[in-house]
Design a binder for this molecule. Structure first.
Ligand code: TEU
Length: 574
């Protein structure tokens, strides 16, 4: 009998299948490749694997454009391969979570092919179709039904000459939005979800699930200075029927099943909304991916980034620790397939690569919430040295670059934004060893392997006590060994020092003190008086010798000793 909240002490590992391991030499990762690498995941100690989409897809957005929800794309393998992978994971005590992409489908999905065939087609209302704006000609600039800007640049409406209407796509033109107002759509989604659960999967990561409810009036959004299109976010983010739909989904799909884990991806979610999503009494989802901390360095836009001030990242994470402390639950992440590599983005990949990668990991993994490790993060994989636009593959990056250059931005400036923030930095092939293509493929990789795989790779790290991998393994083990990590309270313990984050976790008699220097400069930690009194230094005092530190060699310093650049230390009592 497993506890209903087992996922509070679980660690989830995200596999981006395209870039994880290729088994047939076509340069694209696949399911049989994942099977070859289960030892790595088991050794790391993760409990759940979240698999980015492997369904049939034209790959306009690397699988987040699904053309058949009940089949595996040939690039990744077959349903038989999937069943074999699932069984192999279950045999090792790992759970498998699928990526549920139901805000939109591919334009090649049978539902959309039918819907677009005629205005009278029974599936016409399964998507958002609207006539040109009053008094305009379809296809003309400004004739779109709303002025909204797509996440992938340009308008969110595509003119369909054949039936004389526009269809809505918040993302790529090949990703038409499903109309969740239509109960037939909702029932078809729930039926598909039950089909996967009946097949044995253990839950879902729900892609942009807080965008599925739109204000049916579809009003225009505000046009920000210099922008051509408006921000429709207020009309489709956390919309009017969102929680109604999620509670209906829970009743139709999850009620009566146990041992599952659900996480909603919710760009733009507020703290108050996150409580509504994750309050167990509301039976919606177990946790959400909020986006505040991964939006801090966005300047006027994602690809016009700004440097973070010391303490900004920690303060944002602490706000969410406190906000969901008593009701609801945090996911804990710094990376995924949409975010640049955290050691490059929030750490110091040049001067203090090992220390900053492990300091960020310490900060995150010992917080209150369920941690997510993105493939390669456990190795300290970094951003790639992309230098020309042909190095990139990601539709978001390519469209943003084209729009910047078309609007007069210098090529060098447009490339600069991509060099820091492109999603492709997270999608370079997993670095297994120092051989050609890092052991990822015997063919030509779909996206270039990072040249630093000669020194950053799994083979060189496994078994090395001073490696990023081994440090992650110890952090994950702590969560499994000490109940205080999963179930303890959270309280910030430093006196708000911008360079240092210190926090305490308490669970019954068990206590942890985590102290991390999040800068490349040495700092003395400053603690609230009552914290210093609790930990004390000197023989036998709990604050005297850390149970975990990222200094090499392991120099057991007391909790109030100065912290070297990116030094992290963990103390335990009780
Ligand atoms: O991402 C949604 C989303 O919000 C991202 O587009 C994010 O805002 C952006 O990439 C960061 O600037 C989900 C998937 O994770 C992403 O891979 C898909 O491209 C997108 O939805 C559409 O399915």
């Amino acid at each position: 009998e497993i506890a209903p909240d087992w996922w509070k002490s679980a660690v989830v590992y995200q596999v981006y299948p395209r870039s994880f391991q290729d088994s047939d030499g076509d340069g694209v990762g696949d399911l049989r490749g994942i099977m070859q690498r289960l030892d790595h995941l088991e050794r790391l100690g993760v409990d759940v694997v979240w698999l980015s989409p492997v369904y049939r897809s034209p790959h306009a957005d690397n699988g987040y454009d699904i053309s058949d929800y009940r089949d595996i794309d040939p690039a990744f393998g077959t349903l038989a391969d999937f069943d074999e992978l699932l069984a192999a994971m279950h045999a090792r005590g790992m759970k498998l979570v699928m990526d549920l992409v139901v805000n939109h489908t591919s334009d090649e999905h049978a539902w959309f092919v039918e819907s677009r065939s005629s205005r009278e087609n029974p599936k016409r209302d399964w998507y958002w179709w609207r006539p040109p704006r009053e008094g305009t000609q379809g296809g003309d600039p400004g004739a779109e039904p709303t002025n909204w800007e797509s996440f992938f640049s340009g308008p969110t409406w595509e003119w369909d000459e054949a039936t004389g209407e526009y269809y809505l796509h918040l993302f790529d033109v090949k990703q038409p939005d499903l109309n969740w107002e239509n109960p037939e759509v909702r029932e078809a989604v729930y039926e598909m979800m039950r089909w996967w659960l009946d097949r044995g999967v253990d839950g879902f990561r729900m892609d942009v699930i807080n965008l599925i409810s739109k204000h049916p009036s579809l009003p225009d959004g505000p046009v920000r200075d210099g922008k051509r299109y408006g921000d429709g976010g207020a009309s489709y983010t956390n919309g009017p029927r969102l929680h109604e739909f999620l509670q209906e989904m829970h009743r139709e799909v999850f009620d009566g099943r146990d041992g599952l884990i659900t996480v909603g991806e919710t760009p733009g979610v507020t703290l108050d909304e996150a409580i509504l999503f994750t309050d167990p009494a509301r039976r919606e989802v177990d946790m959400v991916f909020q986006f505040e901390h991964v939006g801090l360095d966005h300047g006027i836009s994602k690809f016009r980034p700004r440097p973070l001030e010391p303490g900004e990242l920690a303060a944002s994470l602490v706000k969410w620790q406190e906000g969901l402390h008593d009701v609801g639950w945090n996911s804990l992440y710094l990376e995924n397939h949409d975010q640049a590599r955290s050691v490059s983005r929030f750490g110091d990949a040049d001067e203090h690569w090992y220390a900053s990668a492990t300091a960020l990991a310490t900060m995150l993994h010992l917080m209150r919430g369920t941690p997510y490790v993105y493939q390669g993060q456990e190795l300290g994989m970094t951003n790639a040295p992309f230098s020309v636009i042909d190095d990139y593959r990601d539709v978001e990056s390519l469209n943003a670059y084209a729009e910047e250059v078309a609007s007069g931005t210098a090529v060098a400036d447009a490339l600069y934004g991509l060099s820091l923030m492109s999603r492709d930095h997270a999608r370079t092939p997993m670095q297994w060893d120092a051989t050609t293509n890092a052991g990822f493929t015997s063919g030509t990789p779909w996206l270039a392997v990072n040249p630093n795989h000669d020194r950053i790779n799994a083979a060189v790290q496994l078994g090395d006590p001073g490696s990023v991998f081994e440090y992650y393994r110890q952090l994950i083990a702590l969560r499994h060994e000490r109940a205080v990590v999963a179930h303890g309270s959270f309280e910030r313990a430093d006196a708000g020092h911008p360079a240092i984050l210190a926090y305490e976790r308490v669970h019954g008699a068990e206590r942890l003190l985590v102290v991390v220097n999040l800068t490349s400069v040495e700092h003395d930690p400053v603690f609230a008086d009552e914290v210093a009194a609790r930990w004390g230094t000197g023989a036998g005092e709990p604050g005297d010798v850390p149970i975990l530190t990222n200094t090499i060699p392991d120099s057991p310093a007391p909790f109030d000793a100065p912290l070297a650049p990116w030094e992290a230390r963990v103390y335990a009592a009780g």
